[in-house]
Design a protein around this ligand. Sequence first.
Ligand code: SF4
Length: 313
Amino acid sequence: VRRLRAPLRVTWDWEWPPIARPPEPGARRAGSELRGAIGAEIVEARVLLLEVGHPDATELAGGALAAALAGFCGTLSLALDPETAAALGGSRPWEALGAEEVWLDVTPAGGAPLPGSLRRWPHVRLYLTAANVAEAAAALVGAVEGGARAVSLPNLPLFGETLRAARVLAPRPGHLREFAGLVAPALAARPEVELRVHHYGLWEELRARGLRPHGEEAPGHGGCQAGSALAYVDPAGVLYPCASLPLPIERVGPGALRRAWAGAELAALREEIARLPEACAGCPHGATCRGGCRGWAHFLSRGWDATGPDCVR
Ligand code: SF4
């Protein structure tokens, strides 16, 4: 994986994720020309798995995303925020795109309840923060009891609001334990629900309660894949190793992905990520945890020798 010529999996946020809004002051969204160039580069680099986050309802229904991704042969998934899903009503423009999964982001946002029409969405995901533990647990339990078939718990992206308030919003071990304790009974009652957990500390807490996240059977995670298997493209068209590792590489244009993946900057980054942090020396779980989220650890400590805030020890 560390010798790939381009990322296997790309997340391209068409609009800033709701959890990261408002974005940084002055942050702009790419215009249609740049979005076309981003889509063309993703197609050209033969990305296998693409998630497009938060496309505008009008542009999605109007074919702008389909036009940007003309010729894409990989597996496509979409992440929608509730306003977009509600605005689309009964129309399902992703069917024309061939999207395999459409995730509804049910992260609690300012107390606004999820519209009734969206309460039985099959694929849901949410971001846990230190400030939303009880609400997020209630949203997940509601989705599972409402019939969701798959649940995804990714790491928080480090953009906009989450970047500005990173130390306040990063869930600490007590938050992870509380959340896991609140959601475990509902998940245990529906073992057929596919549980995808990228957040390492949550993964450990859920496993400790007898749950088995999808694709992550013992002995555990393979470690951080930022800048090797993974890439992130923000709504302004800037390429990053991951949404949780805010080190900008370059603006996406022709050849950007292969150039970045062959370049010295990412080679050095991959070496740092592959090295077990000093703080983990002697930890019996180091071989599987690999220091937790390297992006958050680097952002909070300004170096590579600390654990991520998802370390539960
Ligand atoms: S920086 Fe690494 S560990 Fe953190 S979310 Fe990205 S891929 Fe995962």
